[in-house]
Design a protein around this ligand. Structure first.
Ligand code: MEV
Length: 317
């Protein structure tokens, strides 16, 4: 039996992070330049019913039987077994790797779960739909992130730009004009679980202040939806600034994020904001043209540890 391989991209949130946890809309796009891969290597001879997991990026080299049952890899495999009505896997090795920065708001945990679910279900001859894969990965995301909205697993499983509202039908955006996005990493690791919990605490203590902030972020995402489809970059830039100021009120920006945002704006970006959980991780800048070089250089000079440029192309739905 040949080895089977599956791949899942990273993602970036353009508008609406945090508020999306409170049923407000958000917009996210896949980022194909970074990805997670899982290879299933069947063990033809040797031990019986042994599943071995190798994930060199996180120095993991372990038998499934030795993993805690709450470990995200163990939960991922259990989700697959439940979905395909099996009680164990045949002997195999899972080789998992990823170029998506970890703990940086680019969906590395969801992408790893999705690549693994896809590889295993293909291997077992029971391929699932993107929607089914997304639902299984959502269960794994709960282990990583506590109370996630589900946007990461959705956009990564479907590999399409989405206008996402938790619990509502999700819209795939039909892009009419390309836009160019520069993503810069602060190099500061951030835990989405912690930032989501911090915002939850704030809103629980003072809902009268924080719920209107979520609503305003939701309105921004709603307006940005059409602006993104038509490539209205001036409006998008303004909305990014408004969204960033509200994220600052949610206390999820950081001095390094602020520094990168201001460097991008000075270098000619039409808008810039943090992306994902915040308090570190990545920021995004909207570039006025395809020529993103001056913004990339300014971000690196201001201390970004990695810069990735991605274009949201016409016809991407
Ligand atoms: C994580 O990529 C974005 C947050 O909104 C959390 C979530 O949606 O689950 C901060």
């Amino acid at each position: 039996m040949p080895a089977i391989y599956a791949k899942a991209p990273g993602k970036i949130i353009l508008f609406g992070e945090h508020a999306v946890v409170y049923a407000q809309p958000a917009i996210a796009i896949p980022v194909n330049k970074v990805y997670a891969t899982t290879r299933v290597i069947p063990e033809v001879a040797g031990r019986k019913n042994q599943v071995h997991i190798k994930a060199p990026d996180i120095q993991l080299d372990v038998d499934l039987a030795d993993l805690d049952e709450e470990h995200p890899f163990a939960v991922t495999i259990q989700q697959v077994l439940n979905a395909v009505n099996l009680d164990h896997l045949p002997s195999l090795t899972l080789l998992i790797s990823s170029t998506i920065p970890i703990a940086a708001g680019m969906g590395s945990s969801a992408a790893i779960a999705i690549a693994t679910i896809r590889a295993l279900t293909d291997f077992l001859g029971k391929p699932l739909t993107a929607g089914e894969i997304s639902s299984l990965a959502f269960e794994v995301e709960k282990i990583h992130h506590g109370t996630p909205s589900g946007i990461d697993n959705y956009v990564i499983a479907h590999q399409k730009p989405v206008f996402f509202t938790h619990g509502k039908p999700i819209e795939h955006l039909e892009i009419q004009q390309p836009t160019h996005w520069v993503i810069a990493d602060t190099g500061e690791k951030t835990s989405t679980k912690d930032t989501v919990a911090a915002v939850r605490k704030l809103q629980a203590l003072d809902p009268e202040t924080y719920h209107p902030i979520f609503e305003q972020i939701g309105e921004i995402a709603f307006t940005a939806r059409q602006a993104l489809i038509t490539g209205n970059i001036d409006l998008l830039g303004q909305l990014m600034g408004d969204n960033q100021r509200l994220l600052e009120q949610l206390t999820v920006s950081s001095p390094k994020l602020d520094k990168l945002i201001s460097a991008a704006l000075t270098a000619g970006a039409v808008g810039a904001k943090l992306s994902g959980g915040g308090r570190g991780g990545n920021m995004i800048a909207l570039a006025p043209t395809q020529n993103t070089q001056s913004i990339e250089s300014a971000l690196l000079e201001a201390g970004a540890t990695r810069v990735i440029t991605t274009t949201l192309n016409k016809g991407e739905t």
